[in-house]
Design a protein around this ligand. Structure first.
Ligand code: ADP
Ligand code: MG
Ligand code: MG
Length: 875
């Protein structure tokens, strides 16, 4: 039997989305739920892929299959294609596997021609409606199937409106619409050198082809890249009999969400327009009405609508995004899908659905993508600074976030400005899919027209980008690049700030402050912590970062880089003096100057951590990094230290290395100069004792970088323990502490069994380990790694996501051997990959104890760790 490429809605269901596309699968599901869905059928994504193999032509068998389904549709609707009495009209709708709103094309009212339009007028006794549908069809078909610019038709429409003093499209009479149709056909003929196609089958073939081709239009490609959607999935084509929202004042069309997609509020949220069709609501042509007013206008329709949307929500167990049309008082459902939402809405909805008993905590956790919550962790405008700022106007709070930047009125100019490093806010009357690239680079988006479901609002929410839409007091003159509010004017390059959570627009830049976790987010993260197994620690070198990390739920600090403390203004001079010192006596003198600073640093860190564990890495980088290299700074240093410039030059020569990445650093430094680590551990323990006396509990974990060998580690360990014991004796006080090492060299992973005997913990430094295992410099390899990605050799940079095959193998082996020889050893990761969800999945699988990442990634890592654990259990 030949392969089946076409399915009627009755044959499909929601689980067939990879074949039927999301739209087609859900139309089928709703048909089988006996909802009012206009009849139709779906041409599969497999047909789309074959279409590309057939050199972008519809092959004969497919045509036959489509026509046979069309005949079925004719008999089930009692209408005929092209009929002069009761014509069948269809929509030809794209529908990808994953929703790509507004990225691909749809044609409505197909089947109209000079004869069937008369049939439609007679059958509906509504000539105005028939010609309104025809003019819409000609324009859409020309645009989508023939790529004739929309603007040619818009200017015809505008001029007829103007001649007849019509403000809105709905005021046009039947005769005026007839005139428009005639003029539209002339535009078509002018552009195509042939008449507008009158044969409905020809129309259908061309439209189907155009929808297939829209899979590969520029904006769809960009959208897929941005959202990591596979280019090979293809789109389905849905061919569906039309229902009409443009039949008069008791007809209309709308879009609605079963819950608020911006906030997650549980009330139905939506917009509609009476006497309108298809995209009118989204396109921002007229300002739509808020869905709740439909309750007064058509109470019965509203009741049915509300029941339907709630029923679909419980059926799909998720917030639904619905498209509907009312034809002369009868409700039709044209689309449903799981609605896109902001990350704060995602959290609120997930928590509410659990509380309503619709889903489990685990399902709720799996619904929120870890990377998306970074939105919630980003700074908001400081309320104090808002008070001092000048409010320009207020629009709809379409997508939360706080953005400041220079205003630009076109996507192209915004893109150029962003390439030059400027922060940009795009200001437009409304956005369209052509603006997608500009929206990607912008800090925020401001539109003067359109509602909460306008293109700008939907796309911005999808991207997690700040957006204020429908700011109607703001008059945007795109052509002259000026935005006016009352008598004030703002031009290209002026700075504004927009608040996507309140809709407010301010002059100039408003200061930002860090957020806190509260409300449903806090509840959600509690569930996350109940389920996750991995501990999440943070990398932090300052008390502020440590406090932020604890606020974000970190189980302590997994990496404090002490060299960052060395660089601070008031102590770098002593550090340099220590490095230049020619003998141990001079070096100790300099170290004595540094120790009060270090002690104070550690004291403040312990205090901020208030009992959480604190992993402190002793000095790691090669010493030459601390010495200035340009002549002016060398001169200054010589003056400050009261020495000859030559001494510094000599030191520079002495410290110079051919290959500093593989140089005298980490543990090797400590073997040469044990007094440096002695100074550091003394500072740590003195600070710890001071805290203990003040009643603050302390858990220092001393981490030695870059070890390669058990005896090497043991040598340094003895040195520092001797110093620590001296501190304990001097103070008649003891502190519990651990000594462990970073595993960053391939040799250390191989000798893990030996090294583990002298270490309380291992922490994988995946940056160095990756660098040394690959033999690539992390700082220089960007250039060719990108090329590897482009040429498909690497999928991602191994410095961002762990290379599970190679580095992951070493880590797994090292962990197993380390634990075998020291069952109490604690093992974690503190490199860049510690905060990467994909890598976390692997770390969870091999049973590490913790990962450590930057404070802002802590909540992301917590969620990723919980998801990893749920997935492991479900396996
Ligand atoms: P998109 O994927 O861009 O939303 P759709 O295929 O959903 O495109 O269609 C665009 C608009 O046309 C929607 O508002 C939809 O409700 C409307 N529409 C599609 N098919 C029909 C139909 N058979 N009858 C009436 N309106 C339709
Ligand atoms: Mg749609
Ligand atoms: Mg390192």
């Amino acid at each position: 039997m030949a392969k089946k490429y076409v399915y009627s809605f009755k044959e499909g269901n929601k689980d067939m989305r990879s074949l039927l596309g999301g739209k087609g699968a859900n139309l089928a599901e709703m048909t089988n739920l006996n909802l009012n869905v206009p009849n139709g059928f779906t041409v599969t994504t497999e047909a789309c892929n074959r279409f590309y193999e057939e050199n972008e032509e519809i092959w004969q068998d497919l045509e036959n299959e489509i026509i046979s389904h069309l005949h079925e549709l004719e008999s089930s609707t009692g209408k005929q294609f092209g009929s002069t009495e009761n014509p069948l009209l269809v929509s030809v709708r794209s529908g990808a596997v994953q929703s790509m709103p507004g990225m691909m094309d749809t044609i409505l009212n197909l089947g109209l021609n000079d004869k069937s339009v008369i049939g439609l007028a007679n059958k509906s006794s509504n000539e105005r409606f028939a010609y309104d549908s025809y003019r819409r069809f000609i324009q859409m078909f020309s645009d989508v199937a023939m790529e004739i610019p929309k603007a040619y038709f818009d200017s015809v429409l505008d001029s007829v409106k103007e001649e007849n003093n019509r403000d809105k499209d709905t005021e046009l009479t039947a005769d005026e619409l007839k005139e428009i149709v005639e003029k539209y056909k002339k535009v078509y003929k002018r552009e195509m050198n042939e008449d507008f196609p009158q044969d409905p089958i020809t129309q259908l073939k061309l439209a189907t082809k155009a929808v297939f081709k829209s899979w590969n239009n520029q904006r769809a490609k960009i959208y897929r890249k941005l959202n990591n959607i596979d280019d090979k999935l293809g789109t389905a084509v849905n061919i569906q009999s039309m229902v009409f929202g443009n039949m008069g004042e008791n007809s209309g069309t709308g879009v609605a969400f079963s819950r608020n997609p911006a906030t997650g509020d549980s009330n139905v949220f939506g917009e509609y327009l009476m006497n309108a069709q298809g995209e009118d609501v989204v396109a921002g042509i007229r300002t739509p009405k808020e869905i709740h007013t439909l309750k007064e206008q058509m109470p019965e329709v509203y009741k049915e609508f509300e029941d339907t949307i709630k029923r679909l929500e419980s059926h799909y167990k998720d917030m639904q995004d619905l498209e509907f049309t009312i034809e002369e008082g009868k409700l039709f459902i044209l689309q449903t899908r799981n609605g896109k939402r902001t990350s704060s809405a995602a959290i609120n909805i997930a928590v509410d659905l659990v509380n309503e008993g619709l889903i489990s905590k685990e399902e709720a956790i799996m619904r929120v993508s870890p990377d998306s919550i970074s939105q919630l962790l980003h700074p908001n405008f400081d309320p104090e600074d808002i008070k001092k700022s000048t409010l320009i106007s207020k629009g709809l709070a379409a997508s939360p976030g706080a953005a400041s930047g220079k205003i630009y009125f076109t996507s192209e100019k915004a893109k150029l400005a962003a390439q030059n490093g400027e922060k940009v806010v795009i200001v437009r009357q409304e956005t369209s899919p052509e603006d997608i690239e500009g929206m990607i680079i912008a800090e925020g988006i401001l539109t003067s027209r359109g509602g909460m479901t306008s293109h700008a609002a939907v796309v911005a929410r999808g991207m997690g980008k700040c957006c204020v839409a429908g700011a109607s007091e703001v008059k945007v003159d795109e052509e002259n690049e000026v935005m006016r509010v009352d008598s004030r004017e703002y031009h290209t390059g002026d700075i504004i700030s927009i608040d996507g959570s309140t809709g407010e627009i301010f002059e100039g830049e408003v200061k930002k402050i860090n957020p806190t976790l509260s409300g449903n987010f806090e509840i959600f993260m509690k569930w996350v912590d109940e389920i996750k197994r991995l501990k999440i620690k943070a990398n932090a070198d300052t008390p502020q970062d440590a406090t932020q990390a604890i606020e974000f739920g970190a189980d302590g600090i997994g990496l404090c880089r002490t060299e960052h403390m060395f660089f601070k203004e008031n102590r770098i001079i002593a550090v340099r003096e220590m490095i230049i010192a020619k003998n141990i006596i001079d070096r100790k003198k300099a170290l004595d100057k540094i120790i009060p600073f270090q002690r104070d640093d550690f004291y403040k860190m312990f205090k901020a951590l208030n009992g959480h564990s604190f992993t402190i890495r002793l000095l790691d980088p090669p010493l030459h990094e601390f010495i200035p290299h340009n002549e002016e700074d060398i001169k200054k240093l010589a003056e400050e230290l009261n020495i000859d410039k030559k001494v510094i030059h000599d030191t520079i020569i002495e410290l110079a290395e051919v290959n500093p990445m593989l140089g005298h650093r980490g543990l090797r430094l400590a073997v040469t100069y044990p007094e440096i680590y002695r100074m550091q551990v003394r500072a740590i323990m003195e600070a710890a004792i001071k805290c203990k006396k003040e009643g603050i509990s302390v858990h220092p974990e001393i981490m030695i970088p870059l070890s390669i060998d058990r005896d090497e580690l043991n040598f340094v360990k003895k040195e520092i323990m001797e110093e620590i014991n001296m501190v304990f004796e001097e103070n008649s006080e003891k502190i519990d502490y651990k000594v462990g090492t970073m595993i960053e060299t391939p040799r250390a992973t191989i000798l893990a069994g030996e090294i583990a005997k002298v270490a309380d913990f291992f922490s994988y430094g995946t940056n160095d380990l990756t660098q040394m295992t690959y033999g690539f410099s992390r700082d220089d390899s960007g250039k060719f790694i990108n090329e590897y990605i482009r040429k498909g050799i690497f999928e991602k940079s191994p410095f961002e996501t762990l290379d599970i095959k190679g580095i992951g193998y070493l880590i797994k082996m090292c962990t197993e051997n380390g634990r075998a020889s020291n069952p109490n050893i604690q093992i974690g990761v503190c490199g860049e990959t510690g905060g990467d969800p994909q890598s976390i999945k692997f770390y969870n699988e091999i049973n590490l104890d913790y990962v450590s990442c930057s404070p802002y990634r802590v909540p992301i890592a917590r969620l990723a760790a919980a998801q990893a654990e749920i997935e492991r259990k479900n396996k």
